[in-house]
Design a protein. Structure first.
Lengths: 284, 536
């Protein structure tokens, strides 16, 4: 038994070392950086850096933008993903082609996506030109421009495919006899959805929720490629704040912001996991 | 039906690349890339100038400095000098000469030099290649400083793109604060130096960047236009950005084709000065979304500025353009190929330059001479102020030393920097690079006596080969020139160069060049970016 355990340990050792070297040790070092005054003197200052970061109006604005984006984009991507997965499941003819079209954004690189959206939504992009040609005044375009909306659109376009895949596999696991039984009892489509689909899809839904929350933080890649280090204040995210602190070599602000973000994400995921447990228990 | 659908999809997928949106910029880039691919590489063009093939610059014979080490000299160690800029080692050679002089005084100090590729090689690169190499150098230096591996002194000049990064790193304590060294050193008397210029580079009170030389924003004005407006050029003490626009708008009623800037450097040039009036570094606030700034943008936008203009954009060059237009006399100061003048860009720059009102040129050594011996057709140079009276320190022009905080021997680094800044008798340098001047500096020295020395040396200085296009001077009235410079430094608030370190080119291009945004939109964007930058 001991020998077996040792062999198992040897097999996971390379991955474990990688996790230690590239995640755990930097994670702990970051905490040290967050607790000192600067990289030269290295005097311990306790939670002063955290307090300063939380008091910074720019950090709070970035936090607000990030939270707003998550609250807007995550439910939309989940609802759209589920709706498209159900449509795909019900499609008799052309399912393969429809699947291909819906999954293409998943495999397209971010740089390509950015270029595509830039052609559409840039200051000299196609959408703006079409709106101006159709008579929309220039002032209206500037007054009602909504960069957050464009960002949500980009996020949905890129990430809904992933949700479709997850929901589709979840849907395929639901036995069809349940639907037949509900039909025999005279239940309509909505009743069948809430009574069967939604109930049996709940574990998958929580997985999709978790992955969508994680993916929502990755949208920084596209924003950075589109707008650089200093985007509009309306889409200035936490990642911009941290990235710019890194470029300014301010490890203290960077580490404290990263830890605050880590704590917030942990709380969110804890709440999601707790919620999922309660729902699962109630269904049982 | 399925087959038809599949065929249609395949056709669509094939057509998409063909119908891909290709903007004008894409087309231009494709043509440029084609041109670049057809061009020979730098090595193919001039293999004889490639240091890898054994090229060594020609050395002029010079007077050897006779310096004697002190009997009790105990300074020892090793100093490495890293150039902060890429593609021009001409100015670096004077630092090397200073290092050699220092070594004569302190024989136990050894110097190393890290020079990126030289001007002679850089000259044959394309603009994109030069930009990439400059960017690589910037990243190398920034990374080494952040990783605390930078064991060198950095000598930086306007050719570098490091100033913005330096400010950011200085704010986080990555550089040595030289103020305590300056204040505690018995050899340093603040009254001997232009401390205003040192303060302009300071970061939160720390002297993280020590200027070796500096300049300040200035303009030359077309004398005939001033006469038409009834303005006496002798009475002008300074010029603000709004004053320039006021005079220009008045002049347009008399001359509708008058261009604002000689050489058409871009409509955003006044913004570079005016931004100081709307940025408050002390209170971390900006007021770019104010009606005054929007009005300024609109007025700047409406000026005439044709970018294809090949004219010269400095005072003496503008003077040559106006002389040509007035008398038809061929340029005297511009060195051009007389066999085929119509192909020489320098000649064309004079003969095809548009009649304009303003030449933007900082006051550095060559333009300082005009404070005593003005140009014939251009008045000035006058200090160029923002509308609130602040004077910019030449968009960060000038040369400076930076010492990373992790330097192993900061005292030795300071001793060398001090030596470079201190009073000296000889302003003539050897400078082995034929394309560079042979003076202590081409900007204004930070030491008051060195400034006087350079002004005295000016007639010889401008005759060195690099000063093409600049006027020749008779012996200069040193008191007059230095007096005017000191009047300027004492009369106006010298704004921190940090104001210029945030890049706004994309927003300015959108407004001034591509005309995609309104003045209000542009102002909002600039305000948003500045708010973020100030508060991070």
């Amino acid at each position: 038994m001991k020998r077996k355990n040792f062999s198992c340990f040897l097999f996971i050792l390379p991955s474990l070392l990688g996790v230690l070297l590239f995640y755990t040790i930097p994670f702990l070092f970051s905490l040290y950086y967050a607790l000192i005054d600067n990289m030269e003197d290295r005097n311990l200052v306790g939670l002063q850096n955290f307090a300063q970061t939380l008091a910074n109006p720019l950090f709070r604005r970035a936090l607000g933008n990030t939270a707003f984006f998550m609250v807007l984009a995550v439910p939309l991507s989940m609802a759209l993903g589920l709706a498209l997965a159900i449509c795909l499941q019900k499609l008799r003819r052309g399912r393969a082609i429809a699947t291909l079209v819906l999954l293409i954004p998943l495999v397209v690189p971010s740089g390509t996506i950015v270029y595509f959206w830039k052609v559409l939504f840039d200051a000299n992009g196609l959408v703006r030109e079409l709106l101006l040609l159709s008579g929309v005044p220039h002032e209206s375009l500037s007054r009602y421009s909504w960069p957050m909306g464009v960002l949500v659109l980009i996020f949905l376009w890129k990430n809904v495919s992933y949700n479709i895949v997850l929901f589709w596999s979840g849907l395929n696991w639901i036995p069809k006899t349940y639907y037949e039984q509900m039909e025999l009892e005279g239940a309509g489509p909505w009743r069948r959805f809430t009574g069967v689909t939604w109930v049996y899809l709940s574990p998958t839904t929580f997985v999709v929720l978790l992955m969508s929350i994680v993916n929502s933080f990755k949208v920084f890649k596209e924003v950075y490629l589109l707008y650089g280090n200093y985007p509009s204040p309306k889409i200035y995210m936490l990642q911009h704040y941290m990235n710019n602190q890194f470029l300014m070599s301010n490890m203290q602000k960077l580490s404290s912001a990263a830890y605050i973000l880590f704590l917030l994400i942990s709380l969110i995921l804890l709440a999601v996991w707790h919620g999922q447990k309660r729902v699962a228990d109630s269904l049982q | 039906m399925k087959k038809i659908f599949l065929l249609a999809l395949a056709a669509l997928l094939l057509c998409l690349p063909l119908a891909a949106c290709q903007t004008q910029a894409d087309l231009a880039y494709a043509l440029l890339q084609q041109e670049v691919d057809q061009n020979p590489t730098p090595e193919e063009l001039r293999p004889d100038l490639d240091p890898a093939n054994g090229y060594k610059p020609q050395v002029y014979s010079v007077v050897e400095p006779m310096l004697t080490p002190a009997p009790d000299d105990n300074l020892r160690g090793e100093l490495t000098i890293q150039l902060g800029y890429w593609g021009d080692n001409g100015t670096a050679s004077r630092v090397q000469e200073l290092a050699e002089e220092f070594q004569q005084l302190h024989p136990m100090v050894k110097f190393n030099y890290i020079y990126p590729e030289d001007h002679m090689v850089a000259h044959n690169y394309t603009a994109e290649e030069r930009r990439q190499r400059a960017q690589q150098l910037k990243e190398k230096i920034s990374t080494e400083i952040m990783c605390r591996k930078a064991d060198y002194i950095i000598f930086d000049n306007p050719f570098s793109n490091l100033l913005g990064s330096f400010y950011q790193m200085a704010m986080n304590g990555m550089f040595l604060d030289m103020k305590p060294y300056f204040e505690e050193d018995p050899d340093m008397d603040p009254d001997d130096y232009y401390t205003e210029a040192i303060d302009a580079l300071s970061v939160d009170g720390a002297w993280a960047m020590m200027p070796f030389s500096f300049s300040y924003d200035a303009v030359y004005l077309n004398r005939s236009v001033l006469e038409e407006l009834g303005v006496d050029s002798e009475e002008i003490q300074e010029v603000t950005t709004t004053q320039i626009l006021d005079w220009y708008e008045q002049a347009l009623t008399l001359e509708p084709d008058l261009q604002l800037f000689f050489g058409a450097p871009g409509k955003d040039n006044l913004f570079l000065v005016e931004r100081a009036a709307f940025t408050d570094l002390e209170h971390f606030s900006a007021s770019f979304n104010s009606p005054e700034f929007v009005s300024f943008l609109e007025r700047s936008h409406s000026v005439i500025n044709y970018d294809e203009d090949p004219g010269w954009n400095f005072g003496a060059g503008a003077d040559e353009i106006l002389r040509w237009q007035d008398t038809g006399r061929e340029p005297e100061r511009i060195l051009y190929d007389k066999r085929w003048p119509h192909l020489d860009p320098m000649y064309l720059g004079v003969t095809q330059g548009r009649r304009s009102f303003v030449a933007l040129e900082d006051v550095e050594m060559t333009s300082a001479g005009n404070l005593d011996q003005p140009l014939e057709y251009m008045a000035g140079p006058y200090p160029l102020l923002a509308s609130d009276g602040k004077l910019g320190s030449g968009f960060g022009y000038g040369e400076r030393f930076v010492v990373p905080a992790c330097h192993p021997n900061p005292q030795l680094a300071w001793e060398f920097i001090k030596y470079c800044m201190m009073e000296r008798d000889n302003m003539e340098f050897n400078n082995p690079y034929w394309y560079s001047n042979r003076g202590y500096t081409e900007y204004l020295p930070i030491h008051k006596k060195n400034l006087r020395g350079m002004v005295e040396y000016l007639p010889m200085f401008v005759q060195t080969l690099n000063c093409v296009g600049y006027p020749y001077f008779d012996p200069v009235d040193v008191d007059k020139v230095v007096g005017e410079i000191e009047r300027v430094l004492g009369s106006y608030e010298l704004v921190s160069s940090r104001v210029y370190s945030l890049d706004m080119d994309d927003y300015l291009d959108e407004y001034f060049v591509q005309e995609l945004t309104t003045a209000e939109e542009c102002a909002q964007k600039i305000q948003g970016r500045t708010d973020i930058w100030l508060n991070e």
